[in-house]
Design a binder for this molecule. Structure first.
Ligand SMILES: [Zn+2]
Length: 471
């Protein structure tokens, strides 16, 4: 057979805001690239798909996921593929485990990773010097990471060391993301303000804006508006938020009470006692949901099955509460500034192995409600995160772009087909992709390749730029 194309997707509604396309088009793929896009493409292909009634968009880029042994785990690859994602950024590390799990569990996704700054693990103290931080960054890059993650909400550093880390990453053109919180400000709206101020002069990815707007200090709606004002006043900050009502914490109870303060907060919010009995009641009632493995993916399960899983694990298992109030959560995704730009750059999930990979299911609910246009959805779910990651050949469907495509069933709010680098990942309900590639810098290429993965090289200094330059 001598077909001119490997794949042709026919008759889909192509939504590609970067190239100004919103029309029924065919898309042709050869190798890993898009080679033609037009109202009708003549010529045969080895494989053709009829996308009549479907939407074809550039592959979804989830810029906040967890795929490490520390958080998320390897099953997250399959969960992301099922959710229509083609590219993802792991937001914790350790990077060595992210690379190893990608080699073992890969479903064809492109994955980038950050390495955490964690006292006792990647740095010695909570007040590392410039030299310590520089060494930690070198190590992260050499192992395949594109930069660093500050886990202030979990393992806070001093405010000074936090500022030093952001500056060092910026000076080297590396990526740096921050879960707000230091030894002087909490993981809340005050921590968000401090993060904006500590990073002035340097680019920064501030993680999950919605999680600082849970009503911990002020009213949740007021915190959401405050977050929007802070982001508008600090244009060097790149941001994402997620739509799931659920947070993710440890269900572990020690000496009769939850070990995690956020778990205690979640119980009280639902009217349950912050004790081991309260936890048990909350799981049985379906207020606290347990991360349970079912058919090769993690699902949130309450009731008697969730309770049994929590007990079988001796309480040391991930659980989720409905910790995110709806008003700021919805507002942060849809809010725009005076010039029409989105106030928060991207729609992400904090998912991966944490079961809330809902960019399509919940994001398209906002499209149904007319709260987000289809173009806006594509910008926030693909174009903006691709640009923030410095991936010029992703986030759009121009000729020469990577053949990363997500096909949507708008009515059912589901992905029905995905391609990444010209390979099928998801077809109907089936994950058919294999292997994958790490997005890395030249310094990390050999670590990635020796793990058996392809390396997609990004250039230092091209990341964390404002993605909204062509409205
Ligand atoms: Zn996270």
């Amino acid at each position: 057979m001598n077909a001119p194309y490997d794949v042709v997707l026919r008759n889909g509604l192509v939504v590609d805001p970067a190239n100004g396309v919103h029309a029924i088009h065919d898309v042709a793929i050869r190798g890993s690239r898009i080679v033609d896009i037009a109202p009708a493409i003549a010529g045969d292909a080895v494989r053709e798909h009829d996308l009549t009634g479907r939407v074809a968009m550039p592959g979804i880029v989830d810029m906040h996921v967890h795929l490490s042994a520390f958080l998320g785990g390897g099953l997250g690859h399959r969960m992301l593929a099922r959710a229509g994602v083609t590219t993802a950024l792991d937001m914790a590390g350790p990077i060595e485990g992210v690379v190893e799990l990608a080699a073992r569990h890969g479903c064809g996704l492109s994955v980038a990773g950050l390495n955490y700054l964690r006292p006792g693990h990647t740095i010695e103290s909570n007040d590392p010097s410039r030299g310590d931080l520089s060494k930690a960054l070198d190590h992260a890059l050499s192992q395949g990471a594109i930069g660093l993650k500050l886990l202030g909400g979990h393992y806070p550093l001093t405010a000074e060391a936090t500022a030093r880390a952001i500056a060092i990453a910026g000076d080297r053109g590396a990526y740096v993301a921050f879960h707000a919180g230091t030894l002087s400000a909490g993981s809340n709206i005050d921590g968000l303000r401090e993060a904006c101020e500590l990073s002035v002069g340097y680019p920064l990815h501030l993680a999950h804006i919605n999680s600082y707007c849970r009503g911990q200090i002020h009213d949740a709606v007021a915190e959401g508006e405050r977050a929007l004002a802070l982001l508008a006043a600090h244009p060097h900050v790149r941001s994402e938020s997620y739509l799931a009502p659920f947070n993710g914490v440890s269900g572990e109870c020690v000496d009769g009470v939850p070990g995690s303060r956020l778990a205690a907060f979640g119980l009280e919010r639902g009217g349950f006692a912050a004790t081991v009995d309260g936890m048990s009641d909350a799981i049985e009632a379906g207020w606290a949901l347990v991360n349970v493995e079912r058919d090769g993916v993690i699902e949130l399960v309450g009731g008697s099955e969730g309770l049994a899983a929590w007990r079988a694990a001796g309480s040391n298992i991930g659980i989720s509460f409905r910790a995110n109030p709806p008003e700021p959560r919805l507002r942060l995704v849809t809010a725009t500034r005076d010039d029409g730009r989105f106030a928060v750059d991207a729609l992400a999930t904090d998912g991966g192995g944490i079961p809330r990979n809902d960019i399509v299911s919940r994001g398209l609910a906002l499209v149904h409600l007319d709260a987000l246009s289809l173009e806006g959805f594509v910008r926030k779910a693909s174009l903006h995160p691709a640009r923030i990651l410095g991936l010029t050949t992703k986030g759009h469907l121009g000729v020469g772009a990577d053949a990363d495509i997500t096909v949507l069933d708008l009515e059912r709010r589901k992905p029905v087909l995905t391609y990444a680098h010209g390979q099928r990942l998801l077809d109907g309900e089936d994950v058919v992709g294999r292997g994958g590639r790490m997005i890395t810098t030249a310094q990390g290429a050999s670590a990635v390749r020796s793990a058996g993965l392809d390396a997609l090289i990004v250039e230092p200094g091209t990341m964390l730029k404002s993605p909204q330059f062509d409205l």
